[in-house]
Ligand binder design. Structure first.
Ligand code: GLU
Length: 303
């Protein structure tokens, strides 16, 4: 498969389709991004990366960070404790919804909705500042030592975080927070505010395509845990559109409101696409189109 030509073809087709969606504006700093940006990168198991368009342009990873914090928690000896505090079912509700939490006694449906991700951050905080742990890991895996938090995005989100604050305090009321809410929220907001390019994200997630093996050959996750992270991505990674996304693309994936979508082809490669315009559910419109084309043209869905 000539991946460079394939990516050119996908970029051409995406360009020809002018559907772009709407840039997220509930975090004001994200609203300033140009909706016409488009980049896509594929990383092969040996670390070779192919890209097209804005594939080297850093953007706000937002909820894509949740894949990595989940993996870092599961990599710990007590990692499985997490599953006492968060479920593994699709929510069918918006990512920042409060209603389900009350019905389910403060246990979030899955680790990728905001309530679940706050619990994951709280678990990771047992071992140090969760956002710093994540940044150290991502710098190493991406091979980009200059990766950093975007302070403007972090401040902007912190000033508009009442919903996430409400989710965290609500869970604290059910005894499902280990650390004080302001600490967890601060670490969560910074983890979401890391800036990375498609190339960085594709390289950093290769351990999920290699059944748990990092870029330096060491093991981060057992084979079963890597399978589990991929399974949760497939069923819960693209907000309350995960069913539609699996139907259309057929790969484990995680999206973020910065417009990125990361997808894993186990045993073969990782793919990251970025275009900031979102659909109503919060997934990048051009990103989903590009991944749909990718699996259609290659036949590399998991099904
Ligand atoms: N930091 C964002 C929030 O908590 C992440 C949302 C997302 O990308 O899904 O609202």
């Amino acid at each position: 498969m000539d991946l460079a030509s394939l990516l050119d073809r996908i970029a051409f087709d995406v360009e020809a389709d002018d559907a772009r969606g709407k840039v997220a504006d509930y975090i004001p700093a994200l609203a300033r991004v140009d909706p016409d940006r488009f980049g896509m990168a594929v990383a092969e198991l040996d670390g070779t990366v192919y890209g097209v368009g804005d594939w080297r342009q850093p953007f706000s990873i937002q909820s894509m960070s949740k894949v990595f914090t989940l993996a870092l928690v599961l990599a710990q000896a007590e990692g499985a404790d997490l599953w006492d505090r968060v479920g593994r079912e699709p929510s069918g509700d918006p990512f920042n919804s409060l209603v389900q939490l009350e019905h389910e006694d403060g246990i979030p449906r899955n680790p990728f909705i905001n309530a679940g991700a706050l619990v994951v951050t709280d678990e990771l905080a047992r071992y140090g500042d969760a956002a710093e742990e994540l940044l150290t890991f991502l710098r190493k895996e991406s091979g980009t030592p200059t990766l950093a938090f975007d302070a403007e995005v972090a401040t902007s989100e912190a000033e508009h975080a009442d919903r996430n604050r409400a989710l965290a305090y609500f869970m604290a009321a059910y005894g499902n927070m280990r650390h004080p809410v302001p600490e967890v929220l601060d670490q969560y907001v910074r983890q979401c505010a890391i800036s990375m390019s498609c190339a960085d994200l594709a390289r950093s997630s290769l351990f999920l395509a290699r059944h748990g093996i990092r870029n330096d050959g060491s093991r981060l996750l057992g084979q079963s845990e890597a399978k589990r992270v991929n399974a949760v991505m497939l069923t819960c990674g693209t907000y309350d559109a995960a069913g539609q996304f699996a139907y259309r693309v057929g790969l484990p994936a995680k999206s973020g409101v910065g417009g990125g979508i990361l997808a894993i082809v186990p045993g073969r490669c990782t793919v990251c696409v970025w275009s900031p315009g979102l659909d109503k559910r919060g997934n990048s419109v051009a990103g989903a189109t590009a991944l749909d084309l990718f699996t259609t043209l290659t036949g590399w869905s998991i099904f």
